[in-house]
Design a protein around this ligand. Sequence first.
Ligand SMILES: [Zn+2]
Length: 467
Amino acid sequence: MKTITSLVLIFSMALLGMKTAHALVGKDLDSMQWKAGVSKIDITPKDPIWLAGYGGRDHPSEGMLHPIWIKALALEDASGKQVVLITSDLLGMPKGLSDRIRSGLKERYGLEKSQIIINSSHTHSGPVLENSLSDIYPLDEAQKIRVSTYSEELVTETLRLVEEALDSLQPAHLFVENGVTRFQVNRRNNAENSLLQQTELRGPNDYAVPVIKVANVAGEILAIAFGYACHPTVLSGYAISGDYPGFAQLELEKNYPGAVALFFQGAGADQNPLPRRTVFLAKQYGKSLAAAVERVLSEGMRPLEARIQTAYSEIDLALSTPPSMETLTAFISTASGYQKRWATRMKDEREQGLPVLTAYPFPVQVWTLGDQPIMTLGGETVVAYALELKKVFGQDLVVMGYSNDVMGYIPSTTILREGGYEGASSQMVYGMPSTWAATLEIEILHEFLRLAEQVGVPKVQSGLLPN
Ligand SMILES: [Zn+2]
């Protein structure tokens, strides 16, 4: 008797469970009905062009390893609100081009800056863009024209890209989950040339591989947006390529025919893929990253409700006091290469009475897709920002650096204090007049707290940041 009662009880509970589950599925199907559209355009330069990211190259590109792309994923929620994620095999989108693209999208489709993410993979084997790191490239007139024409075409092509993505919107479902892969090495805390002697690597790191899967109602994958926080600096030669993210995207598009794979760069400014410098290593890391994504796609992913919230702002990020004219003059007499070109330009501009930049409009952005928060930062963001934001908003948070405007490195307070390339000398590479002011990290994190509150992203841990 006892057994029968228990069985009845278990059976009723199971029925109840089924009913509840069924009701949930019914409800969720409507609330999870997204619309998604995806597009891609080959942006491989037709003629030899100067490649971006290194000051040491002495001639334009020679051929390519694979084509490079801009890609767009347009999303629409149940209420009709739209966002567009644009990814690119480029070093970084400078403010001038980004602003033109975003105002074009506002004019044509009414999209606000908050609704647009323009992320660059940071490949060091893509073309130089106009008004970006100009002091480090010894361009002749012919190359300057080529860079300017290419940049002009990039704006037109990006607008066409988004048009195609919006035109192809169809009913879809969205899923998210983090994977993991570990080829990034903290390049400030591990010397590349003594790596083989090391049995332990020093962090900090962020090994997460965030994956957003977009499938149509038949369950076929339309788009795979995925990220990693690591410099695409495996390659430094003259062949055009997307570096390891280029190989990762190729691998995923090969393994998921019909799907578009969009890579976004995370807060990888102080992370290098090590060891590096061969095409086979770039392929290896590309395949490792693709395998991490495939694992996530094969296991259960979290479905997202069709609800979009967006917030965006540009904060006046202060720069420190620039070097005096005496310091610049003394520096010019001993410096060489791009550092001399930078100091000479700084001195000339001041002699002409041009104003010296004292602050920069730094872009900060928060999206929520369903309950999934995405936070983007401009510039070459160091990994400390991702770690700090994840402490506050949870480990599932998706962080993108290199978004909307890449104007320089964004060091943490610690790295700013330590100096070195990411903390100090890279400001010359980017043509900035001085280092960032000591308050940058706190200003940026405060702004994220404000925007997160605006769109309702809950904090999982408070008290880390002063209010
Ligand atoms: Zn970089």
